[in-house]
Unconditional design. Sequence first.
Length: 696
Amino acid sequence: MTDKVRYELTDGVAVITIDNPPVNALGHAVRVGLSDAIARFEADDDAKAALILGAGKLFLGGADISEFGKPTKDPWLPEIIGRMESSPKPVVCAIQGAALGGGLEVALGCHYRLAIKGAKLGLPEVNLGIIPGAGGTQRMPRVTGVKAALEVIPAGGTMSAERAVEIGLADRLAEGDPREAGLTYAKELIETGAAPRPVGKLACPQHDAQAFEEARALWSKKNRGEVSRLASIDAVEAATRLEIESGLAEERRIFNEMMETPQRAGLIHAFFIERKTAKLPEIEGVAPREVSKIGVIGGGTMGAGIATAALTRGLDVTLVERDDASAEKAAATIAKNLDGAVKRGKLSAGQRDAILNDAFRTATDYDALSGTDLAIEAVFEDMEVKKQVFAELDRVMKPGAVLATNTSYLDVNEIARSTSRPSDVIGLHFFGPAHVMKLLEVVVADDTANDVTATAFALAKTMGKTAVRAGVCDGFIGNRILSAYRAAADRMVLAGASPYQVDRAVKAFGWPMGPYEMGDLAGLDIGYATRQRKAATRDPRDIGPTWADELYHLGRLGQKTGRGYYIYKEGQRGGQEDPEVEGLVAKTRDEQGITPRDFSDEEIQRRYMAAMVNEAARVVEEGIAQRPLDVDVTFLYGYGFPRWRGGPMHWADTVGLTELLADIERYAEEDAFFWQPAPLLWRLASDNKKFASLNG
Ligand code: 3H9
């Protein structure tokens, strides 16, 4: 036995405890230990039943993901579970905290399952691009029926202990210490002479054959392009027609197939990198400042969203607006957002009322912020307006309070230095709607104190956001890179592609929206304002989309005016393509003497992605993003980049940097100004290295 698995005999019960912090992952040493412990239990005549436990706060977090993609080492988890299941003496488990993936599969190999209140049970493998590979797809439908299995397995979701008991996944619910509750259960089984109850021996219950087609239709639409969710449905279907041994073999075949997909690599990359963005040398061991009361300045969509996100996570919020009418409007937006949370089951009506009565207030006077620990400004994007706000904050905020700006592109250094306390100033760039979107760019200015940065990361955690550190530049990480790929799209349109073809091609790649649909959502006034802002410093070779400026002048501002790049009609989902827009594009081409050419969807995708990766390489090289992984997380959480592609930098590594550079050099032959290879991309490609080599 290894030191990761303990065996002890208590009152005729062999207590087998898996102790592999932090999540009791079922890595090789654990498998060896568990396998030995099962053998010892079988040989131990004094042991009448076995109790499987996980040490610490959770039962078992599943297979050790870091072993994926490496050669498998015996013993295999499916074999251990098979052996446990065929034990002639009852095997029980007590689940606290979480039983996930292989962890739940171990539980399904037990004859009796006890769930402790508060535990989450689930088979999240599809989120990693694989399917359950240790019997989950075969055993779960045998105990819960096909319907419940199809609700859980392709979704990769979790359920509560109560729900697990309701659907038959667990046999009993208990409270308190899993060891105590488990021992009581095991002793009761010994006393009543309960026999082993192998799940694999059960027949799969009757089911509606239609259910499989419905599940396939649902997941093809919901997670377009992802293969493992559909493959998991095939595996569950196998359970309905095959005996357990053949079903397990079929599951393994599909599991192995999924292991080989680039999607598995992309999703596992995403799993590990999202846990790394907060690991920064500058905040390691640095205590964050205490934050329980925050101020929000500006109650527009963004400010109200930030306030909502903070309130739902237990923070006290004072929102400052310029007059009573605006304050009332902001309060109404927040109340509506909270109602939405109640409707979605995220809050109870009582919690909403308590939040509104006790934790939230509006004010029209900055002095109301004097007791707050941190203030986030979310007013109009204008440097002078921001400076006025910060002068007020500087006047009223207590010493040591954090002063944050939600600007999406303005110079945070300039804002910071307009105050008497630049080291307390930081950028907190939320993405709209701020109570929904997970990304938070933490913009660290030159003078920002490390404990202010640490405070921003701690606040993000409290608010349920994924924080990425960004440096100061126009657009920080995300919007700066977005400008580059949007410019590539505009260039393709001018050269002959239609904006609608660009959107379609980009969506076929896996993005939820194309750049022009996104433009309509954000408002054409935003893009126009950005172009105007940059006009004074623009290089004459940097041709802008004058046809988009014309749309703006026509008052076609996007969804909010019913017309933008597309036409929007009441009661219709999405926009309609508009020949008038294509006419404007054609007119611009004529004016510029451009003969349009055809683009394949593949070329559109390659150019779009090449522009993105090229600019991202600059962003990394300049230290705006600390590592390529920070770019990947920014795009996964802030821009809807298809998670199964791992992020733009992981995608680039998968395609190969040499190939990507060759594309860029070819594009440069026709437009040398726009397609200048980023030095970092060039260096990595020359050294035959990947972006991942810079992730640390
Ligand atoms: C599977 O089981 C396949 C089988 O069907 C078939 C087998 C044949 N492995 O999230 P946290 C690390 S697939 C390795 O911050 P929390 C994580 O990277 C697996 N490492 O903690 C982090 O490391 P670091 C199915 C893992 O308390 C540290 O542990 N299971 C694993 O917020 C703490 O993690 C899953 O998909 C793992 N399985 O949340 C569950 N899990 O400190 C995946 C975590 O160096 N895990 N780590 O950054 C989770 O969902 C959460 O970690 C959990 C705890 C809810 C368990």
